[in-house]
Design a protein around this ligand. Structure first.
Ligand SMILES: [Cu+2]
Length: 348
């Protein structure tokens, strides 16, 4: 051991003692914050898979950790722990409060908690316990928080990280906060400049900071009961709004749907809680993704006609919209159907 090392050791001891003094004067400051279990990444997008980990960075008052249990909030489905060596990983199945729809399938129960046990995590080391889940659309509004209560068992003590801040409360004021993630907005993509001017202004409707533009749908074969419809919605207002559906004379009802590719399979589902249009943001409904579904069609839609109706928003109410009917299978307004002529891939 060299002189330099000994001096480094002395500096480390001084640092430790000043940290101890700081901890004594501010019992809930830096040391408590550093010890909190955290989820990383700290945000999840509705309709998408979150892959991350619960990070445990300290034991219980110096004792090593022997068990970790994390509980999933409502709206978190398709939970899958990451394989890990040394720890027994157990999934706890239970019914959802209400059955949920995952990729168009009604599911009554699923993994509601994960327990890791059978090894020890020393107090001075951190570890990450990996898992994945899917966040249901509508589980929480964009910007909202979802809390995952954690139980941490050590050789001599148990810590329950279950506190949730009250409305307006600073989360850092809690001594044992539940780890949380923030809900990102789904399907929100900024519109390119001038996007909502590529159609005549007569087709753009305006209300409460919302503008609806570029609406279109496709001709349907005789006997077809559904048609996908597409539109761009921009929100220049200060508050988010939610597209909940609409009304068209030609359709029995109008739903908001999402379509995703999962393992090479196109899946469609209804967004039960509507589609959020973030404040200052825009959402584009287009083939292969978010779309309106005109259900129970009363007659076929004919290429070249224009159908009229309203889109309904939670706050702004009804906004009138006119939809030109493009060719069956057209991939975009004014575009010829793909050579395969497969109906645009919209299956129900
Ligand atoms: Cu659909």
């Amino acid at each position: 051991m060299t002189v330099t090392n000994r001096r480094a050791g002395a500096r480390a001891r001084i640092l430790l003692s000043s940290l101890a003094a700081l901890a004594a004067s501010l019992p809930f400051a830096a040391p408590a914050a550093a010890a909190r279990p955290e989820l990383t990444p700290a945000a999840a997008t509705p309709g998408e898979v979150w892959r991350g980990a619960l990070r445990i960075s300290q034991g219980c008052d110096g004792a090593p950790t022997r068990l970790i249990r994390i509980t999933m909030p409502e709206g978190v489905v398709a939970v899958q722990p990451k394989a890990r060596k040394g720890w027994l990983t157990e999934t706890v199945w239970a019914p959802y409060r209400t059955p949920v729809e995952v990729h168009g399938r009604k599911v009554a129960e699923g993994v509601r908690a994960i327990v890791w046990r059978g090894d020890t995590l020393p107090d001075h080391m951190y570890d990450e316990f990996g898992f994945a889940f899917e966040l249901l659309p509508g589980a929480a509004p964009a910007g909202g928080r979802l809390y995952f209560p954690v139980r941490q068992e050590c050789e001599t003590a148990v810590l329950d990280w279950t506190q949730v801040p009250a409305a307006g409360q600073d989360p850092s004021a809690l001594t044992h906060p539940a780890p949380a993630i923030t809900v990102a907005s789904a399907g929100a993509t900024p519109l390119p400049a001038g996007h909502d001017h590529h159609r005549p202004p007569a087709q753009a409707a305006q209300a409460a900071g919302l503008s609806v533009s570029g609406a279109w749908t496709r001709a349907t074969p005789a006997g077809a009961k559904v048609a996908g419809a597409y539109v761009a919605i921009a929100n220049r207002g200060p508050k988010p709004d939610v597209l909940t559906g609409g009304r068209f004379d030609v359709a029995g009802r109008v739903e908001v749907h999402d379509m995703t590719m999962t393992g090479g399979v196109m899946r469609m589902r209804r967004l039960e809680n509507g589609l959020e249009i973030p404040a200052g943001g825009a959402v584009e409904l287009r083939p292969g993704g978010l779309h309106l579904m005109l259900m129970d069609l009363k007659r076929p839609l004919k290429q070249g006609e224009t159908i009229r109706g309203v889109l309904t928003f939670r706050d702004a109410g009804d906004i009138e919209v006119a939809m030109p009917v493009e060719a069956a299978g057209a991939p975009a307004p004014g575009k010829a159907p793909a050579a395969a002529g497969h109906g645009g891939g919209h299956h129900h």
